[in-house]
Design a protein around this ligand. Structure first.
Ligand code: SF4
Ligand code: SF4
Ligand code: SF4
Length: 378
């Protein structure tokens, strides 16, 4: 597809240069020259993709698309032009490129990844269940980012404990591959296609009727991106937060409540990309008091990084701003429900704490905190 068609398809030619997207964009707010409005204008006027690295600064957080009143889907436009630049002008990969290498290796048919190390006693798995728990890359993140957090594997374990308490013992895949989320958004079409076909093939004829994920990136990949690539899938996809919130609502599950005050970091892929805002809040309200940050729900600020590329001093500044906003909310804890939000914010905020004027706020994962409140009687 040529650039003109991409601009047309994503509504960019309807842009009136109002600048609302640039005003809302995290990459623009933290300084530098990046501007979604400016990029749209340049692509239209020059009829070419700007030959600078700017296109990689976008975190595909969808804030610009959310706020645009003229239907411009800038985050999709960015994704569509990236394949053209991936080889000639690649992004700066963080962590020695290891997360990306693991994703590409996962796309090799002959390789059969083994990620069950996270499964321990005390969680019920039933390999004959028609509900699959897709764990995603957190077992790999545990190896790469253990220096930041030692509790990363507690996220899938806690999600399963909550599901068990709702009466669900899901199955897991013995040789699960990465979903390919980052390849998709970075424009590595070949790796994404391979992963989409290998993953869907692994589930065909398996009898799985539903996939549950605790990682919002896995959720949008299975729910929204694979159907675009391989056609309609024969199973539903839900976030574990949706299942648990429903069980709480129906009185199937009860969590112990205390006086702790929480605020919530809406992960872009759970919130703006999937529209799941209320279920995590229902979980939080069932364990304590929820206070909102000024930028929440549809207008939530991104965690400051996407796909482990282009992390720099300015994105750190953004994370610090977000930490201060959480602190100012009066909450004792900032909760999120995404392994990457947890990793990036923990990294950006001095190992999970923000302290100011003798106050501090701790960053944690919603599933881990909620599972620690499972009622003994549940
Ligand atoms: S908000 Fe929409 S119309 Fe306004 S400058 Fe951005 S893309 Fe153009
Ligand atoms: S998707 Fe997010 S980071 Fe990218 S241009 Fe839009 S608002 Fe900025
Ligand atoms: S913020 Fe995220 S991408 Fe940046 S160094 Fe920390 S963990 Fe890596």
């Amino acid at each position: 597809m040529d650039l003109l068609s991409k601009l047309e398809q994503n509504g960019a030619r309807k842009c009136v240069a109002c600048g609302r997207c640039t005003f809302a964009c995290p990459a623009s707010q933290i300084g530098g020259e990046f501007s979604p409005r400016g990029l749209v204008e340049r692509m239209i006027l020059e009829d070419k993709i700007p030959p600078e690295k700017e296109i990689w600064l976008c975190m595909t957080c969808k804030q610009c698309t959310q706020i645009c009143q003229f239907g411009v889907s800038f985050h999709e436009l960015v994704r569509e032009v990236r394949p053209t630049l991936l080889t000639s002008l690649p992004p700066e990969e963080n962590h020695g490129g290891i997360p990306r290498v693991l994703e590409r290796l996962s796309a090799v048919r002959k390789i059969r990844p083994s990620r069950q190390r996270w499964i321990t006693s005390g969680i019920d798995i039933d390999q004959s269940s028609d509900t699959l728990f897709y764990v995603g890359c957190t077992p790999y993140f545990d190896v790469i980012f253990r220096y930041l957090r030692q509790d990363l594997l507690e996220m899938p374990r806690s999600a399963i404990r909550l599901l068990n308490a709702c009466g669900i013992a899901p199955r897991v895949l013995m040789h699960e591959r990465c979903c390919g989320h980052d390849s998709y958004w970075l424009g590595d079409v070949e790796t994404f296609q391979r992963l989409a076909f290998l993953n869907v093939e692994a589930l065909e004829r398996s009898g799985v009727r539903e996939i549950l994920t605790f990682c919002p990136e896995c959720m949008i990949t299975w729910k929204q991106l694979y159907p675009k690539m391989v056609g309609k899938l024969s199973f539903d996809v839900r976030s574990v937060t949706e299942v648990v919130a429903k069980a709480i609502e129906e009185g199937i599950l009860r969590l112990e409540r205390n006086e702790e005050v929480y605020t919530f970091q809406d992960p872009c892929r759970l919130g703006r990309h999937s529209g799941v805002y209320e279920p995590p809040r229902q979980l939080i309200r069932s364990i304590g008091r929820l206070v909102e940050m000024p930028r929440s729900r549809e207008m939530a600020a991104c965690c400051g990084n996407s796909s482990f590329v282009n992390c720099n001093a300015m994105t750190r500044q953004w994370q610090l701003q977000r930490g201060k906003e959480a602190l100012a909310s009066g909450a004792d804890r900032l909760l999120t429900a995404c392994p990457k939000c947890l990793i990036h914010l923990t990294c950006g905020l001095a190992e999970g704490w923000v302290s100011m004027e003798r106050r501090s706020i701790r960053i944690d994962d919603l599933y881990v905190i909620a599972a620690s409140r499972l009622s003994k009687k549940a």
